[in-house]
Design a protein around this ligand. Structure first.
Ligand code: HEM
Length: 233
């Protein structure tokens, strides 16, 4: 009995180790792409000074990376339908999602640090107060991060084991609501700039539009999977 328990604990340990390792590699690739995109769009084509790379530009890359990581963790389940080879990789959902939440939290902190009209003129009226778009967009971001935090806490094994499976599933599923809130977060802040391509630096899509499209794609796949449930053999 003890031997079996030890074996199970060892397997779990190995799974955790490889889960974090693979998720970190995926994060690295995603960060490489999002940093490349942000630097090219803002530093190279828009001419934003390199002194704003550490926080202002990085924050854009981190925001997009968080959106992609969380989306990837949502995609793994539905993708199993299309390829059986994904099934053994399903355990990665947790690690990719947790890293995504971690990056989103960093994005939230950096945003609050820079939150003034000098950086984000688009959110402020001339009175120095936030516009309706500014307030709404921030509200959606804050609500999303709150739900992602709850999901991440329930991923801690001791918390998970204290919950009824139905409760746990309900909290995990609320991730889709949080993702929808992120969609509203970027839609409200970016919408007005999506239709005048002549203003896009280097002709590159706004990051809000890239994030929006990715979220729509992830949620659409989820809806398709819900409409066509798995046939039991
Ligand atoms: C405390 C919560 C949050 C706050 C205060 C916040 C704040 C902000 C701010 C100020 C911006 C504008 C950045 C810019 O134009 O440079 C922004 C953009 C963005 N946020 Fe958030 N956010 C929060 C949560 C989230 C979450 C949870 C996600 C995704 C998982 C997210 C994804 C994005 C994306 C993709 C952008 C577009 C970046 C760009 O266009 O440059 N945010 N957020």
């Amino acid at each position: 009995m003890k031997k079996l328990e030890n074996k199970k604990a060892e397997e779990k340990h190995e799974e955790r180790k490889s889960g974090w390792k693979i998720a970190f590699i995926i994060l690295l690739i995603v960060l490489l792409i999002t940093f490349g995109y942000s630097i090219l769009r803002y530093n190279v084509f828009k001419g934003v000074g390199i002194e704003h790379l550490p926080l202002y530009i990085s924050n854009k890359a981190l925001a997009l990376a968080a959106t992609i990581m969380i989306g990837l963790s949502f995609l793994l389940g539905p993708l199993c339908r299309f390829s059986k080879r994904i099934v053994p990789k399903l355990y990665l959902r947790k690690y990719i999602g947790l890293l995504g939440f971690g990056i989103a939290a960093i994005h939230g902190v950096i945003s609050l640090l820079l939150f003034n009209p000098a950086y984000y003129q688009k959110f402020f009226a001339e009175t120095g107060k936030l516009t309706l778009e500014g307030e709404l967009s921030m509200l959606f971001g804050i609500l999303a991060i709150f739900i992602f935090a709850a999901i991440s806490i329930t991923s801690i094994p001791s918390v998970e084991s204290g919950l009824h499976p139905k409760q746990w599933k309900f909290i995990q599923r609320s991730g889709y609501l949080a993702y929808l809130l992120v969609l509203l977060h970027v839609l409200v802040m970016g919408f007005s700039g999506w239709f005048d391509a002549s203003k896009w630096p280097g002709g590159m899509y706004p990051i809000t539009l890239v994030a929006f499209s990715f979220i729509v794609f992830v949620l659409l796949i989820r809806v398709i999977v819900m409409i066509f449930p798995k046939k039991e053999n």
